[in-house]
Ligand binder design. Sequence first.
Ligand SMILES: [Zn+2]
Length: 315
Amino acid sequence: MIVKPLEVSKHILQMEALNRRLPAVHPLKETVNGQARILRAGHNGEAALQFPLDFLSYDDFLIFYHLRIPDANGYFQIDALLLCNNFILIIEVKNIDGEVYFDDMGQSVRKKEGKEDSLTNPIEQIKLQHVRLLRWLRNFDFPAIPIEKIAVYTQKTLLKDFTSEKTIKNSVMRMDKLLSRIEEIQLEYTKSCLTDNQVNELAIHLLSAHTDETLHVLDKYKISFEELLKGVICPICMAVPMIRAGGKWKCNVCQQTSKTAHRKDLDDYALLINEYIGNKETRDFLLLASVNIAKNLLNEYPKRGNNSGRKYYLK
Ligand SMILES: [Zn+2]
């Protein structure tokens, strides 16, 4: 069964909100846009993994997507972890366009459009995850359990192995080979190491250790509120700002109208600035002149405080 389903992380939503609100001419636009795309591609890779894993017998495994666990060196992240009585399997997902090859010098190289880039070697990456998970497990009194690991590439990647190592064949593969590899691992580990109770107990430890990444992206990139685009962004053509008239937002570029376009912009505010907003901040952020219109828009959110100190909760 899926114990921890895959969700879009707050970090991705924050980076996408920042990208949306950064003017095209901003010096950090390219960096932020690139980072938001990398994070989304990583998430899409993890999402693609759900398809093969859905074919596993749900009684056999507990599945955790996207675990981020604190240890002495910070946090280690596991894209998917499969837990059963006999073994633990770590899966690292790579969503990379183009051709990726491995050579005898331990390099992993991506070839795309005639250009070659050196990538983080997934073998070293999963080895490190293994070591960190093993160390973390020693905090508890569980009997020893084998840990297996696989780096899996989405279907966009063409993999080539120029090494003589067996490790690569067994631990690096495209997604279409994943299920047969899991079957092989199941046949290899037939001895039960953990009781059902211990498996459940370990699952609870994993869930409670998981810590979402929380960060203030404006601080991270040293971007001030003043530098952000203000106003309601047109959901169709992305022009800004839409104009409020007759109870609707109207885009002067594509003529689209919407009653609820501001919700997305208030989501951006919550992700980038604060989950609580007052009437004046709403007018500043949405470029509204009217106190009453701002009040009407905010009425659908839970509120706290009175009069000028009133804040609305944007979740
Ligand atoms: Zn428009």
